[in-house]
Design a binder for this molecule. Structure first.
Ligand SMILES: C[S@@+](CC[C@H](N)C(=O)[O-])C[C@H]1O[C@@H](n2cnc3c(N)ncnc32)[C@H](O)[C@@H]1O
Length: 307
């Protein structure tokens, strides 16, 4: 079943969302995502009707502003994308580089949507001056405007009037998180199988992150974290300390494309850590989830509101 996703982003949890949200209880008042990225987990939770409110946060300003536009100004964003996409036909690679220059001057989130849709693997890379420097994918032209519109409007239908978006460092959120919330955290990767480079502009300090988790424990806030993982026998990322009292599960993230290229059959596995407060609320049982309610919302009557 399909869940809308307008933003292409390497590291998005869109494919793992069904496996992850099984560990989110039904009684959370609000889902909080301090490292929201594309908001894949909030979108999946909204699609399964799990919570009444959502707080999406990401320290990347153009990305958090883009999420805000997707949710609160879907028509304007889809119109802008369509006009920009239609201008690429003469020389789509030259067009990409023009848009990239413009984005680096203005940080306009609408241009970011196009760049992410059009760049290699939706992979966000910046140079040392903080300029976005990812190249275009020469084989693809980016999502077609009609598909992009459907995905943008789908997310808006799921999250409008329920979601708030902020652009904060995650540590600044602690005072506003309550024990009635459910916090899902997917901090920047610490490196994946066969990949030694840095994909994200920011990396977090593990000691500070552990302090943040200890503060959530102190407040009895239920949470889950995607953190380290392994590919075949090779581990990536550092374990979280036992003192936090977390339960670690493993979720299959599919076959490593790099390993497949090398003729190996290695499966990438990601860790999912569940806090003690979360385990108590789940009573040890994963939840059965049915998603896809948003497609009903996209029936002609509902869609006309976005025409
Ligand atoms: C692995 S990605 C999250 C992907 C997300 N789960 C999704 O499905 O799209 C990590 C995100 O953390 C953000 N980030 C990095 N450092 C941060 C910080 N100190 N505070 C808040 N967000 C941060 C990055 O901008 C990035 O979007």
């Amino acid at each position: 079943m399909k869940i809308p996703h307008p933003i292409q982003y390497q590291g998005s949890k869109r494919n793992l969302a069904p496996a992850i949200i099984k560990y989110i209880p039904n009684n959370a008042d609000r889902i909080v995502e301090p490292f929201a990225g594309t908001g894949a987990i909030s979108i999946a939770c909204a699609s399964a009707g799990i919570a009444k409110e959502y707080w999406l946060n990401d320290a990347n300003r153009p990305l958090s502003r883009l999420l805000e536009l997707v949710i609160h100004q879907p028509d304007e964003l889809a119109d802008f994308y369509e006009a920009l996409w239609n201008r690429q036909h003469a020389d789509s690679v030259a067009h990409y580089y023009e848009v990239r220059d413009q984005f680096n001057r203005t940080h306009d989130p609408r241009l970011f949507l196009y760049l992410l849709s059009r760049c290699v693997k939706g992979s966000v890379r910046y140079n040392s001056d903080g300029r976005f420097n990812q190249s275009p994918d020469k084989r693809r032209k980016g999502a077609k405007p009609e598909n992009m519109r459907k995905n943008i409007c789908g997310v808006a239908l799921l999250l409008k009037e329920k979601a708030r978006v902020t652009c904060l460092d995650y540590k600044a959120m602690i005072g506003k998180i309550e024990s009635s919330d459910l916090v899902y955290m997917d901090p920047p990767y610490q490196g994946v199988c066969s990949d030694k480079d840095h994909r994200y502009s920011s990396h977090i300090d593990q000691g500070e992150f552990v302090d943040f988790l200890a503060a959530l424990n102190q407040k009895d806030v239920p949470y889950l974290i995607s953190y380290d993982g392994r590919c075949g026998n090779k581990k990536y990322g550092r374990d979280l300390p036992e003192s936090l009292g977390l339960k670690r599960l493993e979720i299959e993230a599919g076959r490593s494309s790099q390993a497949t290229l090398l003729g190996k059959k290695q499966i990438t596995v990601e860790s999912l850590y569940l806090s003690k407060a979360l385990l108590e609320r789940l009573h040890g049982e994963p939840q059965h989830r049915k998603m896809g309610g948003w497609e009903q919302l996209m029936l002609p009557e509902a869609e006309s509101a976005y025409a």
